[in-house]
Design a protein around this ligand. Structure first.
Ligand code: SF4
Ligand code: SF4
Length: 147
């Protein structure tokens, strides 16, 4: 399920909780490691989406943060497993929210605090998440499973 946060936010949140629980627990070295982890996450992340959902709802039913979550997951973890998760979770919803439903109205971009070029990034996400064989497979399963 979607966490509503990107990985870097999760790291920050975990640090906050841990430091509140044990004040002074983190050494300078620990913080350097944490910064390195955050840098790696930033480098791998395809879209700096925090999952805030200010861009939602989309009038065409696109699940904007959902698409970005799985798109990022592909580069944080294994591509095939992220695609599989996407197909299983988003792809099998009654209203799937695929990026291809976007008509390019631009409404969402006015509300994004991260100033993400959502329309462009959705195209990239869809291209990566649903290459043709996956698209055909998801459509076929939807026809059988979702009525
Ligand atoms: S640009 Fe696309 S994703 Fe954004 S609100 Fe319009 S239809 Fe939805
Ligand atoms: S408003 Fe921007 S950061 Fe927030 S969920 Fe939408 S795309 Fe992601």
């Amino acid at each position: 399920m979607l966490s509503g946060m990107n990985s870097e936010n999760m790291v920050n949140e975990n640090i906050r909780i841990a430091s509140e629980a044990e004040p002074g627990h983190f050494t300078k070295e620990d913080m350097e490691i944490v910064e390195r982890i955050k840098q790696i996450i930033r480098e791998r992340e395809k879209v700096g989406c925090t999952g805030c959902r200010y861009c939602m709802p989309c009038p065409k039913g696109v699940d904007i943060p959902g698409n970005f979550y799985y798109y990022n997951l592909m580069y944080m973890e294994k591509k095939s497993s992220a695609r599989f998760e996407f197909a299983q979770n988003m792809g099998m919803r009654k209203e799937p929210g695929f990026a291809s439903q976007c008509v390019g109205c631009g409404q969402c971009e006015k509300h994004c605090p991260q100033h993400i070029n959502i329309r462009e990034k959705l195209k990239e996400a869809d291209h990566d998440l649903r290459p043709l064989p996956y698209k055909i497979g998801i459509d076929a399963v939807r026809k059988i499973m979702i009525r």
